[in-house]
Design a protein around this ligand. Structure first.
Ligand code: ZN
Length: 434
């Protein structure tokens, strides 16, 4: 097939990637302009109407590409099917999320394409935002690439519209090239991933895939089958509130006790800012209340369940020890599981990750196996019965006004999907021959 020719001269990993890039970029620039920022503590799905607008556009584009069952359900999930080649045995899912992070401004995104990046600092027109390769080693590696940024005062939304655009471009390409072998591909675009709800109303049975891949990673080559395991903790401290003028010997200030707990937690280790790689942490993220009642909230993360339990015990013990010094105060600790490390679900089906490795290598890229210091839709989908590792998208500096994406790497991601389809088509043949 003509696209297997090795690396072209134009900075793309293959002629296939080079061929996919223009369509992919056009779609991406269209999607990022739609405000799909999600909102915490949602009252309905999706949490914001802009996600429905993007979903409707995606249904139209999937129809246009020939996926004629494309639809959006009442919770905002978009799904579509690309039927497999004759005799296809496998049903493989491709998933990306439509919402963007609530942690940086997300409305009025005006993307800028910086053609053939020269390796210098990029000054954006608004917000005095500067992308400095000195402090961004990933950016300095992209000299010669086409780079997309926002205008400086909003996020870009490559997280995860890069993944959305890569999936649409890849399935459109496959639909237009029926001679390329492929399994049945099921596409899903989820709402509200950034607020931890992307998997909540996902109809896994209706989706009907045996496994899936999220396109929600970052640098080229990333293939992730491990995420943090996650808990949220809160300590509610009740003191004794008395008018401060008559408080002598009576007032027990819950807010002050909460602050003591906070300062008694480890700060020279076991925090997000002092850990990396496979180390976990306790991260207090909200403190509030009154002298009568105060609440300290924290998230706890680790890759290992046993160590995660130890971090939770440390938080509980610290809170109880501090409160014990104030006999008239009480504390109530709430421990809530958020998600598990997806590895335990994925490692029982090794061919899912093997297929992705083969596809990435077929695109001329060396797979990069890093654990995700966070969760993805795949964390909970894997737990719910749909094993779902994560693939790179080519985006960087997520959840910030400095967010950027390499068009070249996005094209490599789309090309990897096309190759993944071929790998799964071949796995089918091997299985049926055996
Ligand atoms: Zn994401």
């Amino acid at each position: 097939m003509e696209y297997w020719v090795s690396m072209p001269e134009n900075g793309y990993t293959s002629d296939l990637a080079s061929a996919l890039a223009p369509d992919l970029l056009e779609r991406f620039l269209r999607y990022v302009r739609i405000d799909t920022q999600s909102k915490r503590d949602r009252e309905r799905s999706p949490s914001t109407p802009g996600q429905l607008d993007l979903g409707r556009l995606l249904v139209d584009e999937l129809f246009g590409a020939g996926l004629d069952d494309a639809s959006q359900d009442e919770n905002g999930y978009v799904t579509a099917t690309l039927p497999g080649s004759d005799g296809a045995e496998h049903v493989i899912g491709l998933i990306a999320h439509m919402d963007t992070s609530p942690d940086a401004p997300g409305s009025g995104v005006e993307p800028i394409v910086h053609r053939a990046y020269d390796g210098q600092a990029i000054e954006l027109p608004r917000g005095a935002t500067r992308l400095d390769p000195e402090t961004m080693p990933e950016l300095s590696a992209k000299r010669g690439h086409d780079i997309v940024t926002s205008s400086g005062d909003t996020l870009l939304g490559a997280d995860d519209k890069a993944g959305v655009a890569e999936i649409v471009a890849a399935v459109a390409y496959l639909a237009a090239h029926p001679e390329l072998p492929r399994p049945t591909l099921k596409v899903a675009f989820t709402p509200d991933e950034e607020i931890g709800e992307g998997a909540t109303l996902f109809d896994i049975e209706g989706f009907g895939a045996e496994c899936a891949y999220t396109l929600d990673g970052s640098d080229i080559g990333e293939l992730q089958d491990e995420t943090f395991a996650a808990f949220e903790l809160s300590a509610t401290i009740r003191g004794v509130d008395v008018h401060p003028g008559q408080a002598t010997g009576k007032l027990v200030n819950a807010l002050r006790i909460a602050a003591q707990i906070l300062s008694a937690l480890p700060s020279d280790g076991l925090t997000p800012e002092t850990t990396s790689g496979r180390e976990g942490f306790i991260h207090p993220y909200r403190l509030g209340g009154t002298p009568g009642e105060a609440r300290l909230r924290a998230i706890v993360r680790d890759f290992d369940e046993q160590r995660l339990r130890e971090h939770i015990e440390l938080f509980e013990r610290t809170a109880r020890d501090v409160v014990a010094q104030h006999p008239r105060a009480t504390v109530e600790i709430d421990v809530r599981r958020q998600y598990r490390n997806m590895r335990s679900y994925i490692e029982t089906v090794p061919e899912i990750v093997q297929a992705a490795e083969l596809a990435i290598r077929a695109e001329g890229i060396e797979p990069v196996r890093t654990p995700i210091r966070g969760g993805t839709d795949g964390s909970r989908l894997s737990e719910m019965g749909l094993p779902t590792p994560n693939l790179f998208t080519g985006g960087h500096e997520y959840h910030s006004v400095r967010e950027w994406a390499s068009v070249n790497d996005m094209a490599s991601a789309a090309a990897t999907i096309v190759r993944l389809a071929e790998v799964w088509a071949r796995v089918g043949k091997v299985v049926s021959a055996g």
